[in-house]
Every structure is written in C-alpha cells, then in structure tokens.
Design a binder for this molecule. Structure first.
Ligand code: ZN
Length: 475
C-alpha cells in the first residue's frame, strides 16, 4: 500500500500524470458511492477520526433538526484554509471527497511515522479546516434546502438558518485566507460549446456587481489557473467556468467580499458515472494540489490567462438521451413529413421521469446517451386494452411491441408485469401522430415496417435482444 501511495503522490505532485483508478481505490472511503449521502453515512467516519491524534474533530453546532455539524482541523500553520461541503443537501460528491482526502492524509502520516518521511509537506504552513455536510437535514431529505426550506447559500446576509450562522461564525473566528465552497451542479451543464458535460466547474466568485478583481479575488483566480493543467489532462474539454454574476446573498460572494480568496468547486455529470466518482477523485487531487500550492505559494506563478480561457458553463447544453434523424410520417401515414431529433432529460430535480424537451435540430447538444435512428419511422404505437387480468412475460411483451402496441390502456391493477422491462399505462402524448413536446416519452421506431425500438417512459428497449437502456438514473 505504501508503495502505491508514493506512486500516487509522485504522480499527483508533478501534475502531469494522473492516478489510475486502481491507485485511487486505495483511498476511496467505502460506502459513499451513491446518489444520496446522509448524516448516518458520515457518523461512523466522524467517530473513527475523533480517535485519531493527527486531527481535531469538534462539533461546530447543530442543524434545525439537531443533527451535529462537524469541524475538522488539521495542522497548525499560519495560512488558514476553510472548506465546506453539502450546504445543499442533495450535493454530496465533495463530502465523499473530503473523507477520501482524510484517508490520503492519514496514510501519509502513517508513512511519516514509519519511515520518517512522506508526510504531508503542507502541514507546517497550513491550518486546514473542513466542514463536511453543512446541511445534514437537507441531506436526509435529498433536498437542496434546509429543514425550514431555506437555501442556506442564499442566507449569507440574513443568517436565519443555524447552518448559515455556523458557517459565518466559523469564518469570522477562523479568519481563513482561502475558502473552498464545494458543490454539485446539475448534469445538464455543458463545458462551453464542447457538447460534453462540465464534470468540474470552477469560479472565483465576484465580490461586487462590477465583478472587479481585487488582490484576494486575484489570488482565487490564480488558484484556478494553477490547477487548469491538471484538469485539462484529467478531463479534456470537460472543465467549465461557473457564472460569475454577483449574488449578494451567497456565501462565496460574501466571503470574497470579506477578503477570503474563495474558489467555488462544482462537481458535475460524467458519461456512465451516475454517482460522480470521477469528479470525486478529481476533487481530492484538486484539494491536494491547492494545499501544496498554498503552502509553497507556487500558485502565484500563474497569471489569469488560464482562468480566463476556461469556457463558461453551458446551462442545458447536455441531454440525457438524444435520438437523432427520426422520420416523422405524413398525417395519413404515407411518406416522410420531416426528419427530427428528439432530446430528453429527466424531469423534476434531475431524477425520475423522462421529459421530451426538444423536437427538431438537436445538433448543438451533447448527449449522455445518443442513438442515430436514420431510416427509422416514428409511430406513437397502439394501446393494448386491459380488459381482464394480464400476466406479462418478456416474451409476450416483446410480441406486443413487435405488433405495434407501445402502451396499455385501462385499469393499471389488471397488469402483472414480470417482463423485467418498463411498461407505460395510459401515457400522455400518444394520441397524436407526432411527438408532443413535454408530453411524449412513449413511442415506437420502425424500419421497413418492423418495430426495432420501443421508447417506454423514455427508457429505450431494443427488441432484437430485449436490452434496456435506462438513461435517466444517477445524480
Ligand atoms: Zn450547491
């Protein structure tokens, strides 16, 4: 393990190479690779770290519902760094990364104890303060807001939430030179016009409407420039810059105004990575790089050109599923009326039902899942009436789809679905010959009169092998 550790640290230290997934696995805190991380997930970790002597874990205070909020302190150096995660309860990626960072530091400490070298070089210069999961009540509900329904990150001025009060008190007491505001962004943010997800977005928040650059914001921008090579290497074309419009009620902007060099880190979507494990790993590398560069002052060698060259986030630039080049039939079913792309995202807070939100030319978007349906014809499909109890095996269902039935009508309780595939009962948007924006997510695609694909509540069934593509899971 120590050999792998040195290899990994050597790699991340030069910033030119990247740790492999296997290297990182050594420091991945178990049990946190999931969509929702709650207080009960971190409680045993807190208990464990409370007993270690190389860090201090204290209770900073309590949430509205009396869940403990913790402050972790490592090192006793002059430069003070404060990082906090999950002030939005449904944004857990950085909480996992903070515990992975602790695992790395612990391994380094053990190596130092065993061999007299290999300890974290930054420890002499930095006092690192970490608040993992500032909003445990929101985490419990998988909600952005606290238990009062308040967005803690819009409470920096009013300070009506205990969570916001605790963060402000900590900042005033610690007086950090550097702040790291750790969030998740929705997976529909693209990195500029790259048609790729912004897996990481960074920002040195403005401290006034004019978005001026004072020395403290300048330093935050340099910190971003300094890690751009690492990110360009790890995530080619998948780094974005978050909108820097001044937000007077937000903590990042308020801290920036207090002279704290603040960096916003937003973890975002990635292909085939529903729980954002790559963003989690890169977060750890970012933290280690920043600690090293704050300790040595090396980030001051970077100008703002790196920061300024990061493409802005493209909100809505990514879709969950894009099916392109679908032939829409004439109203009487003869010939092709138009050829369109259909682009879907999940509704609500990014989880759940598919929503058709673009019909037409979707070529400007990137898709987490894409399918070229050239030569295939759209049909809403027929309704199979539920007139009595129906036990639906996979074989029976595939036959119905092949016969042109896309959905069922009638009493849902009559259907026992044992096919392992999704079914649509009385879906919207099937009463028109063409797909309906915001409404259609169930239809059939045929080639030479043979049904090839069924889209059922936005989930794609390939009839040839009964395979299912579920494009809407994850964060
Ligand atoms: Zn957030």
């Amino acid at each position: 393990m120590l050999k792998q550790l040195s290899l990994w640290l050597a790699l991340s230290a030069v910033l030119s190479g990247l740790a492999t997934a296997a290297d990182y696995a050594e420091f991945t805190t178990p049990g946190l690779a999931k969509a929702q991380i709650t207080h009960s997930d971190i409680a045993p970790l807190i208990t464990y770290y409370k007993e270690q002597d190389w860090l201090e874990v204290t209770e900073l205070g309590r949430s509205v519902e009396q869940r403990p909020i913790y402050l972790i302190k490592i090192g006793d150096g002059e430069r003070k760094v404060l990082a906090w995660s999950q002030m939005h309860g449904d944004e857990p990626t950085a909480t996992a990364a903070i515990f992975d960072l602790l695992a790395v530091i612990e391994a380094q400490q053990k190596q130092q104890a065993a061999t007299g070298e290999g300890g974290p070089a930054w420890l002499d210069d930095i006092s690192l303060y970490l608040i993992p999961m500032l909003n445990p009540d929101g985490a419990e509900r998988n909600s952005r807001f606290n238990a009062l329904g308040i967005d803690v990150n819009r409470d920096a001025l009013a300070l009506q939430t205990p969570e916001g009060q605790l963060l402000m008190q900590a900042a005033k007491k610690i007086k950090p030179h550097y702040g790291f505001n750790l969030h998740d962004q929705n997976r529909y943010h693209g990195a500029g016009d790259n048609k790729k997800p912004a897996t990481i977005s960074l920002l040195a928040p403005a401290y006034n409407e004019a978005r001026e650059i004072n020395p403290s914001r300048h330093a935050a921008m340099q910190l971003v420039s300094a890690v751009k090579p690492l990110l360009d290497n790890a995530l080619p074309e998948q780094l974005g810059r978050y909108n820097d419009e001044y937000s007077i009620r937000s903590f990042g902007d308020t801290f920036s105004g207090m002279g704290i060099s603040t960096v916003l880190v937003e973890s975002g979507g990635q292909y085939n990575d529903p729980f954002r494990q790559q963003a989690r790993q890169i977060n750890v590398q970012l933290y280690l790089s920043w600690l090293e560069m704050i300790s040595t002052g090396r980030y001051r060698d970077f100008d703002l050109s790196g920061y300024n060259s990061i493409p802005m986030n493209n909100s809505g630039g990514m879709k969950d599923l894009i099916i392109s080049n679908i032939n829409l039939p004439q109203a009487d079913g003869s010939g092709v009326l138009a050829r369109v792309d259909l682009a879907f995202t999940a509704g609500g807070n990014g989880r759940g039902q598919a929503v058709l939100d673009e019909i037409g030319d979707a070529s400007i978007y990137g898709g987490y899942h894409t399918l070229d349906a050239s030569g295939m014809n759209y049909s809403p499909g027929k309704a199979y009436p539920l007139t009595g109890p129906l036990s639906l095996s996979a074989e029976k269902y595939l036959q119905l789809l092949a016969d042109g039935y896309s959905h069922f009508s009638g009493e849902a309780g009559l259907l026992t679905n044992s096919s392992g595939l999704p079914v649509a009962i009385n879906p919207r948007g099937v009463n028109k010959p063409w797909p309906q924006r915001r409404s259609t997510s169930t239809f059939l695609l045929s080639k030479d009169s043979a049904v090839q694909l069924a889209v059922v509540n936005g989930r794609l069934i390939r009839l040839a092998d009964a395979s299912l593509l579920d494009a809407f899971s994850g964060n």
